[in-house]
Design a protein around this ligand. Structure first.
Ligand code: DQA
Length: 145
């Protein structure tokens, strides 16, 4: 049975493709799931993409990942900059964690420059557009054996 990578997405990312396309592009989360599944296939990895606007859902999925996911790719959206609870959940997860931001958060407002999640993440991709997810998936291929 192939190992599964969870791809978790936080608030407002359900609107990907429609929301501020000048920043986040025109592709949707369905496009992200398809491109990550394609990359995963080359490594024998399956993907499960989830999105919620609620912090508690993301925390529950990180807990679930403890038994079910060989690695986590997470774009926590604005919770990146606020959520110690998501950080604590990630610290209770043993596998590799890659943090993805579609936009280059360091080029934007100062409040986006700090990430609680980065103190746990094994790698961070920011500013690669939605391609960042597929690049993170490629990296998972090296990290998950
Ligand atoms: C984001 C950057 C965050 O600052 C923002 O709140 C988001 C999306 C990104 O993918 O670029 O919702 O995580």
């Amino acid at each position: 049975m192939s190992k599964t990578i969870y791809i978790l997405n936080g608030p407002n990312l359900n609107l990907l493709g429609k929301r501020q396309p000048e920043i986040y592009g025109k592709e949707t989360l369905a496009d992200v799931e398809a491109s990550c599944a394609e990359v995963g296939k080359g490594f024998g990895l399956a993907v499960k993409l989830l999105q919620s606007n609620r912090e508690g859902d993301l925390i529950d999925w990180i807990h679930e990942a403890r038994d079910k996911a060989a690695g986590l790719i997470i774009n926590p959206g604005a919770f990146t900059h606020t959520s110690i609870a998501i950080l604590d959940a990630l610290n209770a997860y043993d596998g590799p964690v890659l943090e993805v931001h579609i936009s280059n958060v360091h080029k934007r407002e100062a409040f986006r420059h700090h990430s609680y999640v980065s103190t746990r993440a094994d790698g961070v991709l920011a500013g690669f557009g939605v391609e960042g997810y597929a690049l993170a998936m490629r990296r998972m291929g090296s990290l998950v054996k």
